[in-house]
Design a protein around this ligand. Structure first.
Ligand SMILES: Nc1nc2c(ncn2[C@@H]2O[C@H](COP(=O)(O)OP(=O)(O)O)[C@@H](O)[C@H]2O)c(=O)[nH]1
Ligand SMILES: [Mg+2]
Length: 443
């Protein structure tokens, strides 16, 4: 699972570590990554504030040292840094006691000690490392203590890089054949028949579809965080659902049993992990089959939930009957009666507790660590979709025999470019190599 480690590795923390080899040496490097890097380093050198993207030689004033310690400071400004965040490197005299104090000072100024591989993990999360190179990340972080992390990244990148490589190979060979044909067009030499073209493009389509599917499967982390509102009928679930979404997505009515099946609505806050709110039919003794069905759907939803909010109105003493043990209890309609102690009280009538409820949900999202990998995954999904589009056009072009081979070559190139953008490889030289080696053109 992607979930168990990321809670320890909040990418919003500013992390610090000695990033040079341990032991005696001329210079040692202390590296920080995160929003507060400059402020933290600044606190070590009095009034000096490192300028974004600049180099400076400074003197650190460290507790217990009477002389200022010289240091070179390199500021790599986000997003153009290894991790994609603000990165600061302090190049210092390589001396254990000095380094210890520098790290201790950074920690007390608000940095967190980086976990093994965490800088690279951040590079991966910010899209600086592609899926293929993410395998190298695995190597970096293969330390025993990071089993979880290794496992998570393996799940994400493991099987994808290889089929991507195969697909790229196939498409390159195909393009090489088509382009070679272009060069010999006058001599009417064909390197590939229409049937062969269609077969090979179809194979490419199948492969890229497969890679897309694998990515999808691996992107469990992209699945939105499911918040299910449950409780008795008339508890105020739909009202809360609407309030959390900030729009009237569900019908609210004084008549109990208004919500009969369940309603889903996705909430994408800026930059935050997506949340799926699910409003369910209330629990009550159901006579009608349709209502019974609605309630069994609600139970199903609760099973799939990442967070169950069990709503019980403050003026309903029996509101918590049937509340599952893993649910978070919410005392709704707090404007009508006092809420029980230690339960979050809300009211959609006067807004009580809504911010606290949002914070509670966000904490749940963070705990599960969902969404941290989402940007990288959706980036890949986008390239795959574009690649598919170009390949489909290539296929149609081959079918419509009038189409000049230049257009086919263009589509194949565009498809390869999408793969290239995904993996960061540049295929042009590669392609020339192939043409030269396979056809001895230009000798
Ligand atoms: N006074 C008060 N009434 C509420 C509040 N929330 C919901 N209601 C009312 O309670 C009734 C049931 O609300 P609804 O959201 O449909 O409950 P659901 O059956 O659990 O979905 C409606 O008449 C709402 O207007 C609240 O915070 N305060
Ligand atoms: Mg309802």
């Amino acid at each position: 699972m992607v979930t168990s480690h990321t809670k320890h590795l909040d990418p919003n923390d500013t992390i610090v570590a000695i990033s040079s080899a341990t032991g005696p040496g001329a210079r040692a490097i202390v590296r920080l990554s995160g929003r507060r890097a400059a402020a933290i380093v600044g606190s070590l050198c009095m009034a000096f504030v490192p300028r974004r993207g600049h180099f400076a030689t400074v003197h650190l004033t460290l507790p217990g040292f009477h002389t200022p310690i010289p240091a070179d400071i390199y500021h790599f400004a986000a997003p153009r840094s290894y991790t994609g965040q603000d990165v600061i490197e302090m190049h210092l005299i390589s001396c254990g006691p000095i380094l210890d104090v520098v790290i201790a000072q950074c920690l007390s100024a608000g940095a967190r000690a980086a976990q093994s591989g965490e800088f690279t993990l951040r590079a991966f999360l910010s899209g600086k490392l592609d899926l293929t190179r993410a395998e190298a990340v695995l190597g970096v972080i293969e330390a025993d203590s990071r089993d979880d992390l290794t496992h998570a990244l393996k799940q994400l990148a493991g099987g994808v890089a290889q089929p991507l490589g195969l697909l790229r190979d196939d498409l390159l060979n195909l393009l090489a054949d088509v382009e070679a044909g272009l060069d010999f067009a006058d001599e009417d030499i064909h390197f590939v028949t229409t049937d062969d073209l269609l077969n090979r493009i179809t194979r490419g389509l199948a492969q890229i579809t497969l890679v897309g599917k694998q990515l999808e499967e691996r992107s469990l982390s992209q699945r939105p965080f499911r918040v299910v509102l449950a409780g008795k009928t008339n508890a105020g679930k739909s009202s809360l659902f609407n309030a959390l979404l900030g729009r009237a997505a569900a019908l609210v009515d004084a008549e109990p049993g208004t919500t009969r099946d369940y309603l889903e609505a996705r909430h994408d806050a800026n930059g935050a992990a997506p949340i799926l709110f699910v409003d369910t039919a209330g629990q009550r003794v159901a006579d009608e089959p349709i209502e019974q069905a609605g309630q069994s759907l609600a139970r199903e939803q609760m099973q799939q939930a990442d967070l169950i909010l069990w709503c019980a109105a403050c003026d309903d003493p029996a509101g918590n009957n049937g509340c599952p043990s893993n649910a978070v209890r919410i005392a709704t309609k707090a404007d009508l009666a006092p809420a029980p102690p230690d339960v979050l009280a809300t009211s959609t009538a006067n807004g009580t507790g809504l911010n606290e409820l949002r914070a509670l949900i966000e904490a749940g999202v963070r705990r599960v660590g969902r969404g941290a990998l989402a940007p990288s995954l959706s980036r890949c999904a986008n390239h795959i979709a574009m690649c598919l589009q170009h390949l489909r056009r290539a296929y149609t072009n081959v079918l419509g025999e009038e189409t000049p081979p230049e257009l086919l070559a263009l589509d194949l190139r565009l498809a390869l470019e999408e793969l290239g953008a995904m993996t960061g490889a540049i295929y042009t030289d590669d392609l020339l190599d192939r043409i030269f080696s396979r056809f001895c053109i230009g000798k």
